[in-house]
Design a protein around this ligand. Structure first.
Ligand code: P6P
Length: 341
């Protein structure tokens, strides 16, 4: 029986690095720090129901110990791995109000900054739905001998050196891009390695899945309501009505659409005029991946990757997925985006 060649993510990263003779290897080492944390978080998630780390942060478990929410634990594990690795100088985390400047010897001389959502979809943790880690990597502007500045962290998405996510689903996958296409790696727990399983991912130009929380329908702008009606119309030539799929976990909805084709929309609503999703560690990394896979990511009015960030945790609306579907949705949104009551 012909044995299938297995390419581990470490082998893949070093092969990629060899294409850049002047590469120092720092980015590769940073990726390996992320991979270590991903394996640790995966281990904790897979046993979450057994070791009483579900539930709300601060509650006391049967042993009288304080229960930490899994997303708090994930945050601590990513910060620990990135700090110990010494390959990044600062972290912007969804779980921390301010920038985490890493002072370890070596770290403060690193040129890389990470923006991360350690465990997105936390409301799904206790019901065993897929959740994910999302990350972006930037290069600092300021001199490595100076303190990391806010400007170093508030960079627009098109400055990303790399971006990716880990989805803890029916299998655990790491999907990332360094600007040369998108590749997916599935964790083979029997050898403890992420192995190349989805080389050169391209999102289908058209799809027949739309993902949006229709519970907020009455708060949507008219243009979004019109697009939802369009998705539901009977038209065989465009494979409508589309299928509605909404897991309520951004990574799960995004990943399905990336592989199958589809559109994900978190639009502005009356209550949240900038939508709910965060620019720096949700929309920017996923926009980078979407574009590298041939898709689109927009606020409905502008390309996500061109937004100049103003705040670390700012929110933006998100329309992302298959090129033709997103273009159609944006056209309908812009032609009639009167905010309806
Ligand atoms: P809603 C999860 O809490 C999350 O941040 C994303 O993962 C998900 O796409 C979104 O919120 C779901 O929000 O308002 O539809 O429940």
């Amino acid at each position: 029986m012909k044995t299938k060649k297995v390419t581990t993510i470490s082998q893949f990263i070093s092969e990629q690095q060899m294409q850049f003779p002047d590469a120092t290897g720092d980015l590769s080492k940073l990726f390996l720090d992320i991979i270590i944390a991903a394996k640790i978080v995966n281990r904790d998630i897979r046993k979450a129901g057994l070791v009483d780390i579900l539930g709300t942060h601060g509650s006391i478990n049967v042993q009288g110990e304080e229960v930490k929410k899994l997303d708090v634990i994930a945050n601590e594990e990513y910060i620990a791995a990135l700090s110990l690795g010494g390959d990044c100088c600062a972290i912007l985390s969804e779980e921390n109000e301010d920038i985490i400047r890493i002072k370890n010897p070596g770290s403060n001389k690193s040129k890389y900054i990470i923006a991360i959502d350690p465990l997105d979809g936390s409301s799904n943790i206790d019901v065993n739905a897929s959740i994910g880690t999302i990350f972006s990597i930037y290069k600092r502007f300021s001199d490595v001998h100076d303190e990391v500045t806010m400007d170093d962290c508030l960079q627009k998405g098109e400055n990303q050196i790399a971006a990716g996510y880990i989805i803890y689903g029916s299998s655990t996958m790491l999907v990332y891009s360094t600007g040369n296409g998108v590749n997916g790696f599935t964790l083979d727990s029997s050898i403890g390695e992420f192995c190349l399983s989805h080389p050169n991912i391209k999102i289908p130009e058209k799809g027949s899945i739309y993902s949006i929380n229709e519970g907020n329908y009455n708060e949507f702008p008219d243009g979004v309501k019109n697009y939802i009606s369009y998705c539901k119309e009977n038209d065989k030539s465009t494979k409508r009505p589309y299928s509605a799929r909404y897991i309520g976990s951004l990574i799960a909805d995004f990943h399905r659409n990336l592989l199958r084709g589809g559109i994900f929309i978190y639009p502005p609503t009356v209550k949240s005029p900038n939508g709910k999703l965060r620019l720096m560690y949700e929309c920017n990394p996923l926009a980078f991946i979407a574009e590298q896979a041939g898709g689109i990511a927009s606020t409905g009015n502008e390309r996500i990757l061109e937004i100049i960030p103003e705040k670390l945790h700012q929110r933006v609306p998100l329309f992302t997925g298959s090129k033709e579907m997103v273009e159609q949705a944006i056209e309908m949104y812009q032609s009639n985006s009167v905010q309806s009551i």
